[in-house]
Design a protein around this ligand. Structure first.
Ligand code: ADP
Length: 763
């Protein structure tokens, strides 16, 4: 309002008009106006006031502020005003009469009495700021949201003015430059990053400002001693009038991304390499068996180019007939996540077949779809080889059969006529008297025997080689058995003018294979005789303990040509005759020792050789004596001067007495009597180690009486009862009456020898 030049004149002339002007202003003011007296009663208010409070005129007439208003801030403000203060209040108020919440600006001025200047009340001016306040609040909220986003960004964000001073940065920025906000805002790049880096930044900022264009950069630099790789973005900030007022941007540390990217890239390259250079054909198919990728080997194996395969159904392409159905099922299985492996026949492009081993490996992709790695391994060669092997094996089995049959036939065919030749030459020898003819016949016999030996040896080797040798274990009385084997050889030795001795100190009946055992002894003794021209052959049998194990040792010793130490191993090899240098003075096949060694090992034994050229050789064969296989074993000589032990046999049946005597004579010094009186006399005269007494079953008690009279002479002597009664109670009766042991008739030679051995060895 313009001021009047003469205010007092204007008042006087226009007094009514002025009042109506004030009234107009009061009523149409955009500001709510109210007056209150010093008691807090509202005495005057305009329309705007009721509107702001959402109230009605009549509700506000006689409204007492102090009584009705609860808002303490308003009350305090009114009180302050009534204490003669001008008050300004900015805040929320809920109207009592209008029940409306407004955000308002309230200005209170005290009203004074013109005369005495005392307070008569107050005047209040109310402005409604609700809309502005809301807008303000929204602004604050969105600003804080933006700040929250910026602060949580992995990138550093910033805002700079045209002088290059930072006006805002986010949390990440402060972390990267290792400075608090207060050391960043208002500072330049030089202060923050140092001059070297700052010069680059400033240069870029300059470009952004002058070109008015944003830029994106990848920069590499050292910061705090470590290499940094950043991707940065910068843009000019425009003012209202379109002029550049500053710059803003952000940078992101991409070093670790680059490293991961590089690692991934390398890994990809590696797998690509593996895929492409795999010795097996590999394809990748989707769930419909459509080929997505193939490797080089697939192309070379199946002869399809990559273009001919991609997008095709693999099963239709390389399988045929029933195989298609199987292939589909297996592909399905693989797609449902199962690893599958199977052998199948597949077709090349030229329709030739190949045997393949197919491995279906399901692979779940990051998007959840499953692709299948099909790996085809070409096994045609293995299959063919396998087939060849089977055929070869069949052939081998067949030819082995033929060989065995042939050997069986040939041995029969050769041996039968030889038997005739040998048999008749023996017969002729006893018939012919003429010495010349006798010599001729003898030569026929010797040659025939040699031929027979050779045939037997060759057959033995064939049997060993075909692994067809089965052991047939029977009980063998070693001494008798060896005696029989060496007997003909001792004759040959005698004819050559050699001495021949058979020594033994043990009697053993044990289980072994007769034929094999015989062949071992025969080969060694035959060689000893063959390779000895002067001196003596000694065959020995004894028990030997080697490293805690018991062995039967058979030694064959000669005083012959001997064997060079270097040849010890050779002579046990096929067809080796180390005495060949003697221009085959000694006949033979060179197989005897090979067979011997093999046979000894077959019986779980071993053979040793001691020899000296020109002096002679000792071959020793060690065969294990297993407890289970020993039927009987005892020393022939007792420790006292190698004397046989003495037995007394009391038996009245002549046949029985002869049999028992025959069984025991070579082992013991046996006295036989049928009379009790003679027996007692013999006991007085000789020292017996054991008595065998026949029991007369219907006269047991008199036998027991007789036993007592024997025991009265020698207390500790073992007495064995022989009886045909198998009744257990009678056996017990005899044993309780003083007999040491009991053997029921009939018995075998071995049983008798064993019971004697058991009882005599206890003495
Ligand atoms: P052969 O049929 O030639 O006797 P062997 O396999 O039995 O074949 O023996 C192989 C070789 O060992 C013989 O040729 C001989 O040179 C040597 N040899 C075997 N036994 C004796 C021995 N008692 N004395 C000397 N040399 C022997």
């Amino acid at each position: 309002m313009e001021s009047c030049q003469d205010e007092s004149v204007f008042y006087k002339e226009n007094i009514f008009e002025l009042n109506s002007i004030y009234e107009l202003i009061f009523n149409y003011s955009p500001i709510g106006i109210f007056c209150f007296d010093k008691n807090g009663n509202i005495v005057l208010f305009n329309e705007k006031f009721t509107e702001i409070l959402g109230s009605e005129r009549n509700k506000l007439i006689n409204f007492n502020i102090f009584k009705n208003v609860k808002d303490s801030n308003i009350l305090k403000a009114i009180e302050k005003c009534l204490s003669n203060n001008e008050v300004s209040y900015y805040g929320e108020y809920t109207s009592v009469t209008g029940n409306k919440t407004v955000y308002m600006r309230l200005i209170l001025k005290p009203l004074l009495n013109n005369k005495d200047k005392t307070i008569i009340g107050g005047i209040g001016l109310v402005e409604d700021f609700t809309q502005q306040h809301k807008a303000e609040q929204d602004l604050i909220l969105s600003k804080s949201q933006i700040l929250a986003i910026l602060d949580n960004l992995p990138s550093g964000a910033w805002l700079k003015d045209l002088d290059g001073k930072y006006t805002a940065v986010n949390q990440r920025f402060s972390e990267v430059c290792r400075k608090p906000f207060k050391k960043i805002i208002g500072y330049t790049d030089k202060d923050i990053w140092g001059s070297e880096l700052a010069s680059k930044i400033v240069e870029e900022d300059f470009k952004v400002i002058t070109n008015k264009k944003k830029i994106t950069n990848r920069v590499k630099f050292d910061l705090f001693g470590t290499e940094q790789i950043w991707e940065e973005f910068k843009t000019p900030v425009f003012g209202k009038d379109g002029e550049v007022v500053g710059t803003c941007g952000y940078f992101t540390d991409i070093k670790s991304n680059i490293e991961t990217e590089t690692a991934l890239l390398n890994e990809k390259k590696y797998f690509e390499y593996l895929f492409n250079n795999s010795p097996d054909a590999i394809i990748i198919t989707d769930k419909n068996s459509t080929v997505l990728r193939v490797n080089k080997k697939f192309v070379s194996l199946f002869q399809y180019s990559e273009d001919e395969v991609l997008g095709r159904n693999i099963d239709d392409l390389i399988a045929e007939g029933k195989e298609i159905e199987t292939a589909r099922n297996i592909t399905l299985m693989a797609h449902s996540g199962n690893l599958t492996s199977y052998e199948a026949v597949r077709l090349k492009k030229d329709r030739t077949k190949i045997d393949v081993n197919i491995l279906g490996v399901p692979i779940t992709m990051p998007d959840g779809t499953v692709v299948v790695y099909g790996i085809y391994q070409d096994i045609s060669k293995q299959k063919a080889e396998h087939k060849e092997l089977i055929e070869a094996r069949q052939k081998a089995v067949e030819s082995d059969k033929i060989k065995s049959n042939f050997l069986a036939n040939i041995s029969h065919e050769l041996r039968t006529p030889l038997n005739g030749i040998l048999g008749f030459s023996e017969l002729l020898m006893s018939e012919i008297k003429d010495d010349n003819h006798l010599d001729m016949i003898n030569n026929i016999r010797i040659s025939g025997n040699r031929l027979l030996e050779t045939i037997d040896t060759i057959i033995d080797v064939s049997i060993i080689e075909s692994n067809k040798l089965n052991l047939e274990l029977t009980e063998v009385e070693i001494i008798d058995f060896i005696e029989k084997i060496i007997q003909p050889q001792s004759k040959v030795a005698f004819d050559k003018g050699l001495k021949f001795e058979f020594k033994y100190d043990s009697h053993i009946i044990f289980k072994t294979d007769r034929r094999i055992f015989q062949q071992i002894i025969l080969n060694l003794v035959r060689n000893a005789v063959k390779y000895t021209n002067i001196g003596k052959i000694t065959v020995g049998v004894s028990k030997a303990e080697v490293m805690g194990n018991s062995f039967l040792m058979v030694s064959v010793e000669d005083t012959g040509i001997g064997i060079n130490k270097d040849d010890f191993d050779k002579i046990f090899q096929h067809f080796t005759q180390v005495s060949e240098g003697y221009s085959r003075r000694y006949e033979g096949t060179g197989l005897g020792l090979t067979i011997t060694k093999h046979y000894v090992e077959l019986l779980n034994g071993y053979i040793t050789l001691e020899s000296e050229l020109g002096k002679g050789s000792i071959f020793k064969v060690f065969l294990p004596l297993n407890e289970d296989d020993i039927i009987e074993s005892f020393d022939i000589f007792n420790n006292k001067k190698n004397k046989k032990k003495s037995l007394l046999l009391i038996e009245d049946n002549k046949a029985n007495a002869d049999f028992i005597y025959f069984c025991l004579k070579d082992l013991y010094d046996v006295d036989v009597t049928s009379k009790l009186s003679v027996a007692l006399q013999l006991i007085d005269e000789k020292q017996f180690q054991l008595i065998i007494m026949d029991i007369i079953d219907n006269n047991i008690d008199s036998d027991i009486l007789f036993l007592n009279s024997i025991k009265s002479k020698i207390k500790k002597i073992p007495v064995i009862a022989l009886s045909s009664n198998k009744d257990r109670s009678q056996i017990n009766y005899l044993l309780n009456s003083g007999f040491t042991d009991y053997l029921s008739k009939p018995f075998r030679k071995e049983d008798l020898r064993k019971i004697i051995f058991d009882n005599i060895s206890n003495i």
